[in-house]
Design a protein around this ligand. Structure first.
Ligand code: PEP
Length: 251
């Protein structure tokens, strides 16, 4: 059966010292909560923080927020998937809408990144989701389907065990406007249906699908109560240990 997961995405926030402190606080809170927690916890941190943070956590997973679409070589400023894995990171977030929009990441490029990440032994938190215009013009089912089909559906069922999907409606990210739990559930069920059509019911039922977009302690319980919502990818509310833990304990 699939895992519940709450993952933080710190984006471009915190110095290394601040990040180590935050990671330590989250880790200690997870250790203290012990078996009472009903989800795995992951923090997504800037590249510069990975090695230091890895040395201060024991009970939570660690994700990079991106990796390069090349393995190695003359790509100044890039960080490859094997480099990420060598820090002790367990996961990488790929396809976040901010990367798609500001850094022009395409479905094709993300397909390459997914392959390189899996080859490096990382699990992938793969983001998909529609803009406000796409929600309004009704094309959002097609947009989400294309993102999944073009970047993930070349994978084998076995490889898919290392994929977590995060549905993040762009209009809800960092805006304070959350998708209603019914809106989110509709898309999560749609995504699970696509997985069932492609890979069969077992893979579909075993795949964790997270919701992301202004998730906070006050709305997490209602979202996480939906049958196809298996946790959250959390931006702003992951930058303080108490608000992040308020979401982690929402199950
Ligand atoms: C995100 O960036 O993945 C996100 C969900 O951000 P926020 O929680 O701040 O909306």
């Amino acid at each position: 059966m699939r895992k519940n997961i709450v993952a933080g995405n710190w984006k471009m926030n915190t110095t290394v010292a601040e990040g180590v402190k935050l990671a330590h606080e989250v880790n200690q809170a997870v250790v203290a909560a012990g078996d009472s927690l009903k989800c795995d916890v992951i923090i997504g941190v800037p590249f510069t923080h990975l090695t230091a943070v890895a040395g201060h956590i024991s009970a939570i997973g660690l994700a990079a927020e991106n990796c390069a679409d090349h393995l190695s070589g003359a790509y100044t400023g890039e960080v490859s998937a094997p480099m990420v894995a060598s820090t002790g990171a367990t996961h990488v977030i790929l396809g976040h809408s901010e990367r798609r929009e500001y850094y022009h990441e395409t479905n094709e490029m993300l397909k390459t990144k997914v392959d390189l990440a899996l080859e490096a032994g990382l699990k992938v938190i793969f983001c998909c989701g529609e803009s406000l215009a796409q929600r309004k013009d009704g094309s959002y089912f097609d947009v989400i389907k294309a993102e999944l089909v073009e970047s993930l559906f070349h994978l084998s069922a076995d490889q898919f065990k290392n994929i977590v999907i995060a549905y993040e409606p762009i209009w809800a990210i960092g805006t304070g406007e959350t998708a209603t739990s019914d809106q989110a559930q509709e898309i999560h069920a749609f995504i699970r249906g696509l997985l069932a059509d492609k890979y069969g019911k077992d893979v579909a039922n075993d795949t964790t699908i997270l919701y992301g977009g202004s998730c906070k302690p006050s709305n997490a319980p209602e979202l996480f109560a939906k049958p196809d919502i298996d946790g959250g990818l959390i931006g702003g509310a992951s930058l303080k240990a108490d608000s992040f833990m308020g979401i982690v304990t929402a199950f």
